[in-house]
Structure formats: structure tokens, C-alpha cells
Design a protein around this ligand. Structure first.
Ligand SMILES: [Zn+2]
Length: 218
């Protein structure tokens, strides 16, 4: 983590004590200050934060952002809650079309998409719903799509020590759609492969063809 020189010591100390920002959360800024900051933002945009429709907006924005970044305060241990099992299988496990809602770290605007996650167990499996929960935990942080993709892959690799992991994320970035290049309908694809998926082209191709297949039942 890079800290600018102007950052007050108190903030630095708290950041130092929570280097991964994954567990207990102690914000160096009060909620009141955060609400005030959104109010300032509205004023800067030429709005009247006291008009009826905006009266509670600063509070709502803070609550929404806290929710959208709540993944900082979760850890894999809490999330898994022991849902890792021994199982003698080495067949590919694939969970596809996991809805993904994240926020880009450059604009704090939504990244909307889906993730496809596969792994080949080596004696240990995880509850299927937990794969979606792992994606959600990392998505609920300020992200770039590339990092989100590899964090999910590395989490599963670290937890299960499987023979391999593959993660593909297809997403659309509101900062591109609504501003900047304004390209609605543009999708960004990222992938992270570990173990046999990286080493063996055939396994990787099997995964790629499975995620391309679009089932008609929903
Ligand atoms: Zn952005």
C-alpha cells in the first residue's frame, strides 16, 4: 500500500495495523465526516443538499458505499466457515454465470458482469455456494477487473490446493459506458489460470468450451 506523505499519522497507524483490510474494521474517519464529504460533493456539483429530494442523500450514499465495499471486512475463514470437505474426485468442478457486482477503483462506478470458476480437486472440495461467496467478497471492494480475477483464482488455489483453477470474468464497466469512451455493450474479458489449466492446453480448452455453451434453461 502506498501512502502519500500528507496522510495524517493516525490514518497511517490504522492502515498499518490492518494491512490486508480483511478483518476487524476501524475507520479513521467518522460516519459523520463521510456524510459531510458527500454533502460537500453535492455542493460542488452545484446542487442544493438541503432540498427535499437530497436531504438524506449523503447518508444514503455513505451507507451504499459501505455496503459495496463490505468485502474489505470479510475474511475467507469467516466466509467458508469450515465448508471444505475431503472428496476423492479429480473431475472438473465448474460454477458458471455467477453474477458479479463490483466497483471500479478509478471512478467508484459499477462493474457488472459474471464470473465462471472451475477447479480440479486434489482430494479437497468446497461447498458450491461458497465459490459464489468468494467472488462476492472480492467484488465488494474497489477493484480493477484483472485483480478481481486473480484474487478469486488465488483464493481457491490457496484454500484447496487443487490440481488447477481457472477463472474467467466478463464484465461491463459503467465508467466506460456512461462517460469517457461511451461504449455501451462493450465487454471486458479477463482470465486467470493456475496449475493444470496453465500447463495443459487441452484442460484449458475444455473449460473454455464449457463456459461458451449457453444453456437454454434458467
Ligand atoms: Zn473506472
Amino acid at each position: 500500500m502506498t501512502l502519500s506523505k500528507s496522510e495524517p499519522t493516525a490514518i497511517k497507524q490504522i492502515k498499518d495495523s490492518f494491512p490486508n483490510l480483511t478483518t476487524e474494521h476501524k475507520s479513521p474517519v467518522s460516519e459523520k465526516d463521510m456524510i459531510q464529504a458527500v454533502r460537500t460533493l453535492l455542493l460542488g456539483l452545484g446542487e442544493d443538499p438541503d432540498r427535499e429530494g437530497l436531504k438524506d442523500t449523503p447518508k444514503r450514499v455513505v451507507k451504499a458505499l459501505q455496503f459495496l465495499t463490505s468485502g474489505y471486512h470479510q475474511s475467507l475463514d469467516e466466509l467458508l466457515n469450515g465448508a471444505v470437505f475431503h472428496e476423492d474426485t479429480d473431475e472438473m468442478v465448474l460454477v458458471r454465470d455467477i453474477d458479479l457486482f463490483s466497483s471500479c477503483e478509478h471512478h467508484i462506478l459499477p462493474i457488472l458482469g459474471r464470473a465462471h470458476v472451475a477447479y480440479i480437486p486434489d482430494g479437497t472440495v468446497i461447498g458450491l455456494s461458497k465459490i459464489a461467496r468468494i467472488c462476492e467478497m472480492y467484488a465488494r471492494r474497489l477493484q480493477v477487473q484483472e485483480r478481481l480475477t486473480s484474487q478469486i483464482a488465488d483464493a481457491i488455489q490457496g484454500l484447496l490446493k487443487p490440481k488447477g483453477v481457472a477463472v474467467v470474468i466478463e464484465a461491463t464497466h459503467m465508467c466506460m459506458v456512461m462517460r469517457g469512451v461511451q461504449k455501451p455493450g462493450s465487454w471486458t474479458s479477463t482470465s486467470a489460470v493456475r496449475g493444470v489449466f496453465a500447463e495443459d492446453a487441452k484442460t484449458r480448452q475444455e473449460f473454455m468450451s464449457l463456459i461458451r455453451h449457453n444453456p437454454n434453461f434458467h
